[in-house]
Design a protein around this ligand. Structure first.
Ligand SMILES: [Zn+2]
Ligand SMILES: [Zn+2]
Length: 455
């Protein structure tokens, strides 16, 4: 029933087949079997973030378009090609969030979070939207979790953030599949990145013809992006281009060396990657990504970096910050590929079958009592025969079935059937609950407590 089929085979613009609708291209249904993975990932993220003092934030699904234009940068792929932008009924331009940092920074400024103890540590688990070319593990609506540390600058913070991401990968069982790629893209001081950008533009001057179509327009507007193009000719040229590392100002250089030293101290394996620049304008100093060990950047599961200039660009006081984000669909894909099992919480304990109106009445009460003590129960409350209901119980894969018919109502009993063994016994109606608890075992009960609430 719940077999996932995420591969997209639809034809562009096809709304329906016959008179049946189908989902738009590039989005996917998260069916119950996959939700068990999503739930597990979210749980691990919440747990690790809480341990590290991060608190959860949710920003709106849409923001004013300028929030993204100003933060991510007009010349990036995201802003120029991938945003879902629309006008509301009053003609305001709004955009579905393509990434998480811009909204969090907007919120930090709007709510005066600079007055809180710094750094302010926030995490989110949210859907995001990009009009991207659909491919395996890449969707137009996708889930990301991410964390931001806003308000302080120190290599130790970058190291902690990377460590947090690494721990989450470990908990999810995918750490071995990915290797940390790291680079520094310097700062906005004249003698640092700007000097490099001038030399980089000069290097590409007159070489436009050798670049791919995508890159031809980038030499003036966004030459850093030329370095991480995957087209063969662009890769060759990028190999000959000057390296940012040789241009870093003394402060950026020392910052990066310290960060690498701290990563070593935390036993985090890394690769120094001088061509790693990330697709967003707002990064300064540290940038990093977790790459698939075998296939590389195409299948990165996440990345981040320091963005010391962004709060100011967004209208706040100059405030340093560092962040990370990862795609949940990709992680889940990898977990499935590696046959990583997550706790299955949806499996049923008991199926209740009944015959006759009086039995149905008693079963309704019994089902609620079973559920209240944490026994996951479904009942066949229709008019099917006992035989048909037992067949249904098999399909639900419940290990036990409780059967109540006319005889059991008269004798105030119920039959408990062990579905695997095919054996059954008759129990007094008042003892059913205790008997079931014993059979299922205290540790397997799905108890729920809302906790203590103060009014
Ligand atoms: Zn610098
Ligand atoms: Zn290119």
């Amino acid at each position: 029933m719940t077999q996932d089929k995420t591969a997209d085979s639809g034809i562009e613009n096809e709304v329906s087949k016959g008179n049946k609708f189908q989902k738009p291209k590039g989005v996917h249904d998260i069916l119950p079997d996959t939700h068990e993975y999503f739930t597990f990932v979210k749980k691990v993220v919440r747990h690790r973030c809480r341990q590290s003092g991060f608190r959860r934030i949710s920003t709106p699904i849409f923001e004013f378009t300028d929030v993204f234009k100003r933060s991510i940068g007009n010349d990036t792929d995201i802003v120029s090609k991938e945003m879902y932008t629309f006008q509301d009924r009053k003609g305001r331009s709004l955009t579905l969030k393509p990434e998480g940092t811009a909204g969090v920074v907007r919120s930090y400024i709007e709510h005066n979070m600079q007055l809180l103890p710094q750094p302010v540590e926030l995490y989110y688990i949210e859907p995001h939207f990009r009009y991207d070319r659909p491919q395996k593990g890449r969707f137009r609506q996708f889930w990301q979790f991410g964390f931001e540390m806003i308000g302080e600058s120190d290599p130790a913070l970058d190291a902690q953030l990377i460590h947090l991401a690494h721990l989450i990968n470990e908990d999810l069982g995918v750490a071995e599949l990915f290797k940390l790629q790291i680079n520094s893209i310097g700062c906005m001081k004249k003698e640092c990145r700007p000097r490099y950008m001038t030399d980089l533009k000069n290097f590409y001057f007159g070489k436009e013809r050798s670049l791919c179509e995508n890159c031809k327009g980038r030499t003036e507007k966004n030459p850093l992006r030329l370095l991480d193009c995957k087209e063969e000719d662009c890769v060759i040229l990028a190999g000959l281009a000057p390296t940012l590392k040789d241009y870093l100002c003394p402060e950026c250089k020392e910052y990066h060396e310290q960060l690498l030293d701290l990563l070593k101290a935390l036993d985090i394996e890394y690769v120094e990657n001088p061509s790693l620049v990330r697709g967003l304008d707002y990064y300064t100093k540290t940038v990093f990504e977790f790459w698939d060990r075998e296939t590389g950047a195409q299948n990165a599961i996440g990345g981040g970096g320091r963005y010391d200039g962004l709060v100011e660009i967004m209208g706040g006081q100059p405030t340093p910050a560092v962040g990370f984000a990862a795609g949940i669909e990709r992680i889940v894909d990898n977990m499935k590929r590696e046959h990583i099992q997550v706790p299955r919480k949806d499996n049923l304990h008991v199926f209740v079958a009944q015959l006759g109106y009086e039995a149905k009445k008693k079963c309704l009460k019994l089902i609620q009592k079973l559920r209240d003590v944490g026994i996951k129960t479904v009942g066949a409350l229709g008019k099917a025969s006992i035989k048909a209901q037992l067949h249904l119980a098999d399909r639900f894969q419940a290990p036990y079935t409780i059967i109540m018919g006319i005889t059991e109502v008269r004798d105030n009993t119920a039959i408990i059937r062990d579905m695997k063994r095919g054996s059954q016994k008759i129990v007094s109606y008042d003892k059913v609950l205790d008997e079931m608890k014993k059979l299922i075992g205290e540790e397997s009960l799905d108890t729920y407590s809302p906790g203590e609430v103060v009014y």
